[in-house]
Write a protein of this length. Structure first.
Length: 59
């Protein structure tokens, strides 16, 4: 399993996605589970409401 981070834009926050999430199809820069866990703990990164990566990471 891999994850990816959608960069912050001026009108939105950065989002953590599962690697295959279609709402952010960019496959460049996939990150490991360890990196995704670090990202999940950051206050300025939120999780995608569609793919809900936290359920796989914390489940």
């Amino acid at each position: 399993m891999s994850w990816k981070i959608q960069p912050q834009r001026s009108s939105s926050v950065a989002l953590l996605h599962r690697g295959g999430c279609a709402t952010y199809p960019d496959q460049i820069g996939l990150i490991s589970q360890e990196d995704a866990m670090v990202a999940l703990a950051q206050p300025d990164i939120e999780t995608c409401e569609v793919c809900r990566p936290q359920t796989r990471l914390l489940g």
